[in-house]
Write a protein of this length. Sequence first.
Length: 59
Amino acid sequence: MNDPIYVNKQNWISSRLLTLRHDLKEKIGDGRKSNSLIIGSWNIRAFDGGMPRLDESYH
């Protein structure tokens, strides 16, 4: 279902996620050990800065 304000939202979100996956692979590379865990974090206090969350944020 297309959002009239956010045209092609599903395609845009999936494209951004695929780009993120590609960029992470480039940055991390093949040097990561198979039994390792990568954890990302952010300042939870400033999680959204008071702004409404975008749908892509939930994905």
